[in-house]
Design a protein around this ligand. Structure first.
Ligand SMILES: [Zn+2]
Length: 344
């Protein structure tokens, strides 16, 4: 018997704060290769993954997501590690569980876009995708996850397959869509797709990845109006715009593209992510988190914007104590910084 409230229980009471972006963050730290983005860190440097889980937990995340994103059979094949498939999937859940137990966090299994599905070759590719999801969800359930997040899905068809498999295992399903375009690859709008997922029994629908706060929020409002189930939002912390509404499109003048490893000039501050958390909450979003690019300082600011105090809040900013910009700046230091005032 579970000793703590599960996902649906928690969602019925208040916003659940999630946190992802593991792959991008561990790539920045030197434990995952950009390009394939396969989470080899799970097996090769478990201590690094443990630490990031812990940082998100201390920042207020209520869900430890097992790092099995891009940890499926096809992805592992691309780097010649198919033989590590089951070990990687099981170990990812074990690490997430281990750190979740340090707080009162839930553990989510994770499946994602496979790059195998093709709506123009639906029958053959569906079979393969179903096999991929079935083995991954099977291992996650066996290791004891609380629910499954099937995310960054850019086909409704693939989302439906994910949902079917999760339902076969009897766990709650959170199935957010993410697309580099303004609709899904099989032609559905985000709102239509979320409505269909709700009808098919998904407990949580919504969006993750691709869009930053500015271009995800309007869609979330539409989705909230269209469905009565729980809504999730995990944007990327990048300053997407109406013209470049997905982070895959962001680019600096003179550069071909910034995605995925030169996005820093577009990174949102913690304050922007805190604003997003508040706005999403006001819009009736139930599960609020962050995706690729997110880091613990964003998550803590989001938690605090929602009125929470987290373990990491002990070290939240106290800029009034800063020797140059604080409340008690000595005259000599005021004069020193005054150099910049004259330049305004
Ligand atoms: Zn992402």
């Amino acid at each position: 018997m579970p000793t703590q409230p599960g996902l649906l229980d928690r969602l019925s009471r208040r916003v659940v704060l999630g946190a992802e972006g593991y792959v991008f963050e561990l790539e920045r730290r030197g434990y995952i290769k950009a390009g394939p983005f396969v989470p080899e860190v799970v097996l090769d440097y478990p201590a690094a993954l443990r630490e990031l889980h812990r940082e998100f937990l201390r920042a207020g995340a209520e869900v430890m997501v097992a790092l099995t994103y891009y940890g499926d059979r096809e992805k592992l094949k691309t780097i010649g590690r198919e033989g590590d498939l089951e070990a990687l999937n099981r170990q990812a859940v074990r690490l997430a569980k281990e750190i979740a137990a340090e707080g009162e966090a839930l553990v989510a299994g994770n499946i994602c876009n496979t790059w195998v599905y093709d709506h123009n070759d639906k029958q053959a590719t569906s079979k393969k995708v179903r096999q991929i999801y079935t083995e991954q969800v099977g291992w996650a359930v066996d290791e004891g996850v609380d629910f499954i997040i099937a995310e960054t899905l850019d086909y409704l068809g693939e989302g439906l397959l994910a949902l079917e498999v999760i339902q076969e295992f009897g766990l709650p399903a959170m199935v957010p869509f993410g697309s580099a375009h303004d609709r899904l690859r099989d032609g559905y709008s985000f709102v239509e797709a979320c409505k269909i997922m709700e009808q098919e029994g998904a407990q949580v629908v919504g969006l993750n990845c691709s869009r930053g706060p500015a271009t995800m929020l309007p869609l979330l409002q539409d989705i909230r109006q269209a469905v009565s189930c729980y809504v999730a939002a995990q944007p990327v912390p990048y300053r997407t715009t109406p013209e470049q509404f997905a982070f895959q499109a962001l680019k600096e003048p003179g550069h071909e593209r910034s995605f995925p490893i030169a996005l820093e000039p577009f990174l949102c501050t913690r304050f922007e992510m805190a604003d997003f958390a508040l706005q999403a909450c006001q819009a009736g979003v139930n599960y609020i988190g962050i995706c690729c690019g997110g880091a613990p300082h964003h998550v803590r600011a989001m938690a605090e914007a929602l009125g929470r105090t987290t373990p990491a809040s002990r070290y939240s900013p106290a800029l009034d104590l800063h020797p140059m910009i604080g409340a008690h700046v000595k005259q000599k230091d005021q004069q020193f910084l005054g150099f910049w005032k004259d330049k305004e």
